[in-house]
Design a protein around this ligand. Structure first.
Ligand code: OOG
Ligand code: MG
Length: 258
């Protein structure tokens, strides 16, 4: 069956742009396979590039058991980040720009070389300039935050915003650092960087492999978000959101009051 990928991409891109929930593609006549879903994702993000956004990195999804269990899906997936998705550390977001955003504790990598293909963790780390504590703000455009794997991939793997804290040397041991996501000073999700594939660097190697399979590459200057170490936490007006990562410090943002 030939589909109009651009028409489907317009549906998910408009939903994100206007913060308006849509029915799952799979329940609405567009039961895509995974390959088609990545084509829709590419076409949807291409619309962002046409509006002047610039690629800034890649985010991994479902790299921890906690995330897989929360969403009921267990295959690793990835999405595209742009400069417009970046929220300054300490910045403020407005709920009306999102459908139903959730925050998740992550680790970010800053690349200083292109990276693609099947690589070892050591080879992947050789392309890393720095690492940082980071929060991803995911926002499924689907009603009820419900989707199957192709649905979420087509929706750019729920990519919405990301916040990166101070950069640290990648030489430090970040395999098992305590991570505490706090809302208004109260811990709501507690975990460890080890929850991300036993070592967050494995998420970088996995991203390299998965992009390589599609003939794509991460570029120098890009960021790789390793995936949530815990379940994601829904955001409310007035929330002060902080992630504390052992030995790395904190990163955060606030949600404007209603
Ligand atoms: C999909 C995005 C998953 C992660 O860190 O695992 C993700 C979703 O849960 O909506 O960003
Ligand atoms: Mg994430």
């Amino acid at each position: 069956m030939t589909r109009d990928y651009h028409a489907i991409a317009t549906i998910v891109d408009d939903a994100a742009r206007f913060a308006k929930a849509i029915p799952q593609l799979s329940l609405n006549g567009n039961d895509l396979d995974l390959e088609e879903a990545y084509r829709v994702q590419a076409a949807s993000v291409a619309r962002r590039y046409q509006r002047g956004e610039v690629p800034s990195g890649i985010k991994m999804g479902f790299t921890s058991r906690a995330k897989q269990v929360q969403m009921g899906l267990s295959d690793m997936i990835w999405g595209r980040l742009t400069d417009a998705m970046r929220v300054e550390d300490g910045g403020e977001i407005r709920l009306q720009d999102y459908v139903h955003p959730r925050a998740e504790p992550e680790i970010a990598f800053l690349l200083n070389k292109p990276l693609t293909g099947k690589v070892t963790v050591l080879e992947a780390m050789a392309a890393v300039e720095a690492i940082a504590p980071a929060i991803e703000i995911i926002d499924s455009r689907y009603e009820g935050f419900k989707f199957n794997l192709p649905d979420v991939v087509a929706d750019n793997t729920s990519s919405s915003s990301y916040v990166v804290g101070a950069w640290h040397s990648p030489a430090m041991d970040f395999s098992n650092l305590g991570m505490s996501l706090e809302i208004n000073g109260v811990p709501v999700q507690i975990g460890s960087s080890a929850a991300i594939l036993n070592h967050p660097a494995r998420a970088l190697a996995a991203a390299s492999r998965l992009l390589g399979e599609q003939g794509l590459s991460m570029e120098a200057g890009w960021i790789l978000m390793a995936g949530g170490a815990t379940a994601a936490h829904a955001l409310n007006p007035g929330d002060d959101v902080r992630l504390q990562v052992q030995q790395m410090g904190r990163v955060g943002f606030s949600v404007a009051a209603a």
